[in-house]
Design a protein around this ligand. Structure first.
Ligand code: MUC
Ligand code: MG
Length: 367
C-alpha cells in the first residue's frame, strides 16, 4: 500500500477559557488536520498542534513543510516502511508536530489495514488510563474551583499545576489553596515552563515539600546548565524534562547530564514511533515517564491514551488527558468521555476516529 497524497487542513476552534502558563497562552486551538491518503483507499488521520512559543512551528509552517518538503518526498512510499519514511523526514531538522502527525497517520492506516486498534499494535497493555488535569494560571480561588469541578464531574484527583510566575508566592498560594480544597488524597505536581531561575525554583520546592507534590517539571531553563543540575540534584521529587528533551537524543543527554530524572512524552511531538523510542530508552535507564499534553484536542488525546495504555510504564501514572474539556467544540464525531477519573482507549481499527464533516466545514480556515 502506497502513500498517494498528504492533505493539510488548518482549523481554529476557540477555547472556552484560555490556558495560560509561564511560556505562553492559548486562546484558540489553531491546529492542522493531517490526512495521509493511500492507493488502497485507506486514509490516516492525525492532528498537528503547532506551539510557536515552544518549538517555533505555526499552522503556516506545518502546512508549508508538509506540502513543500515532506509530501513530495513521501509520495509513492510504502505505508508500512515507517523506518524509511522517518529517514526521509529526518533529513529536515525541527518541525516536530508536522513529523509526528505524519507518523500517527501512518499508524492509523496500518491499524485499519490489519483490523486492529493502534494501541494493540503498540503494546496492548491495558484498556484505559487514569487522567491528570492541567490547571492554567489564575487566582488561587478560581484554580481551586476548577480542580473541584473536575473532581466532582469527572472523578479526576490528579492535577498538574502551572507555576513559574513572579513573585513565586503567587503560585505557592495556588498550591496551598488546592491542597486545602482537595485534601490529602489529591495528587498535585507542578510545571514551571522554565519560568523561574534555579534559585527561585529551589526555594519554591522547599515550600512545596510542605504542601506535598509528586513531580516537578521544567521549573527553570535547561540551558542554565549548572543551575539546572544543581536544582535537580537537590530536588526531593522526580524532575521532569518536557520541552527541553523532545527527541530521543535530547532525552539521553538530559538524563545522563543530570538535567532531569523523569521525562514527559508527547505523542503530538514524537508521534508513536519516536515516543516508543523515548519510552524504551527511559525504561532502560530507570527513568519514570509522564504522558504529557501539548494542549491537545480530542484527536490528540485519543493518540495519547492509545500510546499510554499500550505499555506498563507509560500508564504507571495518570496521563494529561483532559484539556480538550476547555475547548468550545471539537472535530470528532464520537466525543471522548472521562468517567471515574479514567479515559478508555478506542477499541476500533486504527485510531478508531472519524471527523465530523459539518464541524470541519465550520472550523476549517482554508475555504
Ligand atoms: C506543558 O506540559 O508544558 C504548554 C505548552 C505546551 O506545548 O504544552 C503545554 C503543557
Ligand atoms: Mg510541560
Amino acid at each position: 500500500m502506497k502513500i498517494t497524497r498528504i492533505e493539510t487542513i488548518p482549523y481554529a476552534i476557540p477555547y472556552l477559557k484560555p490556558l495560560r502558563f509561564a511560556s505562553g497562552e492559548v486562546h484558540t486551538a489553531e491546529h492542522v488536520l493531517v490526512r495521509v491518503h493511500t492507493d488502497e483507499g485507506l486514509v490516516g488521520t492525525a492532528d498537528a498542534p503547532p506551539r510557536p512559543f515552544t518549538y517555533g512551528e505555526t499552522q503556516t509552517s506545518v502546512i508549508g513543510v508538509i506540502e513543500r518538503i515532506f509530501a513530495p518526498q513521501l509520495t509513492g512510499m510504502d505505508v508500512l516502511a515507517r523506518e524509511r519514511v522517518h529517514a526521509r523526514l529526518h533529513r529536515t531538522v525541527g518541525n516536530p508536530a508536522a513529523k509526528a502527525a505524519i507518523d500517527v497517520a501512518l499508524w492509523d492506516i496500518a491499524g485499519q489495514a490489519l483490523g486492529q486498534p493502534v494501541t494493540r499494535l503498540l503494546g496492548g497493555y491495558t484498556d484505559r488510563m487514569r487522567v491528570a488535569h492541567m490547571l492554567g494560571f489564575d487566582t488561587p480561588e478560581r484554580m481551586a474551583d476548577e480542580a473541584e469541578r473536575m473532581r466532582d464531574t469527572y472523578g479526576i484527583t490528579t492535577f498538574k499545576v502551572k507555576v513559574g510566575r513572579r513573585p513565586v508566592r503567587l503560585d505557592l498560594d495556588v498550591c496551598r489553596a488546592l491542597r486545602a480544597a482537595l485534601g490529602d488524597d489529591a495528587e498535585l505536581y507542578v510545571d514551571g515552563n522554565r519560568g523561574w531561575t534555579a534559585q527561585e525554583a529551589a526555594a519554591a520546592l522547599r515550600e512545596l515539600g510542605t504542601i506535598g507534590i509528586t513531580l516537578a517539571e521544567e521549573l527553570c531553563p535547561a540551558d542554565d546548565v549548572l543551575g539546572r543540575q544543581w536544582l535537580v540534584r537537590g530536588s526531593p521529587v522526580p524532575f521532569v524534562a518536557d520541552e527541553s528533551a523532545t527527541t530521543p537524543a535530547e532525552v539521553t543527554r538530559s538524563l545522563l547530564d543530570g538535567a532531569a530524572t523523569a521525562i514527559s512524552i508527547k505523542v503530538a511531538r514524537t508521534g508513536f514511533s519516536h515516543s516508543q523510542r523515548v519510552l524504551f530508552q527511559c525504561d532502560g535507564m530507570g527513568a519514570p515517564v509522564v504522558m504529557g499534553n501539548q494542549i491537545d484536542g480530542q484527536l490528540g488525546t485519543v493518540c495519547t491514551v492509545a500510546f499510554g495504555a499500550a505499555h506498563a510504564s507509560s500508564c504507571a501514572r495518570p496521563g494529561e488527558l483532559s484539556n480538550f474539556l476547555d475547548m468550545s467544540d471539537d472535530l470528532l464525531t464520537e466525543p471522548l468521555d472521562i468517567t471515574d477519573g479514567t479515559l478508555a482507549i478506542r477499541n476500533l481499527p486504527g485510531l478508531g476516529v472519524s471527523i465530523d464533516p459539518d464541524r470541519l466545514d465550520r472550523y476549517r480556515q482554508d475555504q
